[in-house]
Design a protein around this ligand. Structure first.
Ligand SMILES: Nc1nc2c(c(=O)[nH]1)N[C@H]1C(S)=C(S)[C@@H](COP(=O)(O)OP(=O)(O)OC[C@H]3O[C@@H](n4cnc5c(N)ncnc54)[C@H](O)[C@@H]3O)O[C@H]1N2
Ligand code: MOO
Length: 403
C-alpha cells in the first residue's frame, strides 16, 4: 500500500467506523460525551415568576402598605408559596431573590431603592426612592425557555455548562453517545519507566502523554500497558483486547524489531492506512482488527506519534463519539516554513487564537520541546509555506483552556 496524502488519511480514519450506540448516563458521568438527541427543556425556565432581587414585591403604584412587622419575614426562595395570597393593589411584601412573586405583583422594588416609614406602626408604608417600571426585577416564567424548547442540538459536547443547564431544565440523566474505550500498548525494550536515561535506554515519553491526550479527545482510557518488544505479548494483547481503539507506539517502520505489521497480518487485520505522506509520522497505520475494533499504530518517535494521533486517532474517535468536526481555521505564519517535497508537514506553533502562527524550534520527530510550548500544529503543504502564508491550524485539545 502506498502512502496516502495527509488529508485523505484523515478522511479514511473518519469514515472507518460509525458512532457508538447511545445510552443514558447520569449527569455526573456524561461530562465530555456527546448528546445523542437534542436537549429539550423539560420545564419552563424560570418555572415560576421569580423575584430577581432582594426587596419587596409590590402591586400597583406606590406608596405601598406593608403587612405588620410581626406577620413574618415575607416571601423566601425555596419555601412553598403555592397558596400565597394574592397581593392587593397598593400593597407590598418583603421578598428574597429567587422567590416566586405572589399573584398580583407588578414589580419588585430592590431593598436599596425603598424606604419604610413608620416601621413600628401596625401598617408601615413603603416608598420608592427610584422610579419603578412595570415588571421591573421580575424574571417572568418562561423567560429563558418554554417546556419543549430545544436548548441544544444533538451532537453538542457535554461541558460543565451543559451539565448545569440540563440540571436546571429538569434532567437527571442524559442520552449520550458512549465514550470510545481506548487501550494504549507501549512497545520497546529500550524504554524506562523512571529515573535518568542510561546504558542506551531512554525514558518512555509516550505512556505518560497518550493517556491524558486520548482522554482529551473524548476516549475512556482503559489501560496503558508496556509490553517491551515481546511479540507474543503484543499478539495476545491485540487478540484479547475489547477496546474500541487500540493504540500502539513504536514498531511501525521496517527496522529489525518493527513487528507490528507482521502481527497484524497474522491476525488477519485489514490495513486501512499503511503510511501517510506526512512528516513527522509517515509510518503511521490504521487497521481494522474486527468489526468495530480498530488499531492505530503510532510511530515511536514522540512527535511522530503525536502526528499519528492527530491524523488517525482523532478522526476515528470523533466519529465513534459522534462529535462534530471543528472548522480547521487558518493563520498567517510569522516565518517561512521549509516544506517536504512531497509530504505535508505538521509543525508546532503558538497561535493563541490570534490570526498569526509562530513556528517553534525543536520540531524534530524525536523531540517534544517545541510541542510542549505549542498550542497548535500548523499544516504545511508539500513544498513549504512563505512567511505570511495562511496555514491550516490543528488546535491542541487544551489550547482552549488557555494553557
Ligand atoms: N530505514 C528506515 N528507518 C526508519 C524510517 C524509514 O522510513 N526507513 N522511518 C523513520 C521514522 S520517520 C520513524 S518515525 C521511525 C518509526 O519507527 P517505529 O515506529 O518503528 O518506532 P521504533 O523504531 O520503535 O522507535 C523509533 C524511535 O522512537 C523511540 N521511541 C519509541 N517508543 C518511545 C516512547 N514510548 N518514548 C520515547 N521514545 C520512544 C525509539 O527509542 C526510537 O528512537 O523509524 C525511523 N526509521
Ligand atoms: O516521520 Mo518520522 O515519523 O519523521 O519520525
Amino acid at each position: 500500500m502506498t502512502s496516502l496524502p495527509w488529508p485523505d488519511a484523515r478522511a479514511v480514519a473518519a469514515r472507518a467506523t460509525v458512532p457508538l450506540p447511545p445510552a443514558d448516563q447520569e449527569l455526573g458521568e456524561a461530562l465530555g460525551q456527546v448528546l445523542a438527541v437534542p436537549l429539550v427543556a423539560l420545564t419552563d425556565l424560570p418555572s415560576f415568576d421569580t423575584s430577581a432581587m432582594d426587596g419587596w414585591a409590590v402591586a400597583g403604584p406606590g406608596p405601598w402598605r406593608l403587612p405588620a412587622a410581626q406577620e413574618g419575614p415575607g416571601v423566601l426562595a425555596g419555601a412553598d408559596h403555592g397558596g400565597a395570597p394574592p397581593l392587593r393593589d397598593g400593597h407590598a411584601v418583603r421578598i428574597a431573590t429567587g422567590a416566586p412573586v405572589p399573584p398580583g405583583t407588578t414589580a419588585v422594588l430592590r431593598s436599596e431603592h425603598g424606604e419604610v416609614t413608620g416601621p413600628d406602626a401596625p401598617h408601615p408604608e413603603l416608598h420608592a426612592t427610584r422610579r419603578l417600571s412595570q415588571g421591573q426585577d421580575i424574571r417572568p416564567r418562561g423567560q429563558e425557555c418554554r417546556h419543549g424548547d430545544q436548548l441544544l442540538p444533538q451532537g453538542t459536547v457535554v461541558t460543565p455548562a451543559v451539565l448545569g443547564l440540563a440540571a436546571a431544565a429538569g434532567y437527571d440523566s442524559l442520552h449520550v453517545t458512549r465514550r470510545p474505550r481506548a487501550e494504549v500498548l507501549v512497545l520497546g525494550d529500550e524504554l524506562l519507566r523512571e529515573g535518568l536515561p542510561h546504558g542506551g535506554r531512554i525514558r518512555d515519553a509516550l505512556g505518560p502523554m497518550l493517556g491524558p491526550w486520548l482522554t482529551a479527545l473524548g476516549a475512556e482510557v482503559t489501560a496503558i500497558r508496556r509490553l517491551g518488544d515481546d511479540t507474543d505479548a503484543l499478539r495476545s494483547a491485540l487478540a484479547g483486547s475489547t477496546a474500541d481503539v487500540v493504540v500502539t507506539t513504536g514498531g511501525t517502520a521496517a527496522g529489525p524489531v518493527d513487528y507490528v505489521h507482521a502481527i497484524l497480518r497474522g491476525l488477519d487485520a485489514e490495513l486501512l492506512v499503511d503510511g501517510v505522506a506526512v512528516r513527522p509520522g509517515h509510518p503511521m497505520l490504521l487497521a481494522r482488527l474486527a468489526p468495530g475494533r480498530h488499531l492505530v499504530g503510532l510511530p515511536g518517535n514522540p512527535l511522530a506519534a503525536v502526528a499519528g494521533l492527530l491524523t488517525l486517532a482523532e478522526p476515528l474517535l470523533r466519529t465513534l463519539s459522534a462529535r462534530p468536526s471543528p472548522a480547521l481555521y487558518r493563520a498567517a505564519l510569522t516565518d517561512a516554513v521549509k516544506g517536504h517535497p512531497d509530504d505535508t508537514r505538521l509543525v508546532p506553533v503558538v497561535s493563541r487564537h490570534s490570526d498569526s502562527a509562530e513556528p517553534l524550534r525543536f520540531h524534530g520527530p524525536a523531540m517534544l520541546r517545541g510541542l510542549a510550548a505549542a498550542d497548535a500544529l500548523a499544516v504545511i503543504p508539500p513544498g513549504g509555506a512563505a512567511r505570511g502564508a495562511r496555514a491550516g491550524i490543528l488546535e491542541l485539545p487544551w489550547a482552549a483552556a488557555g494553557a
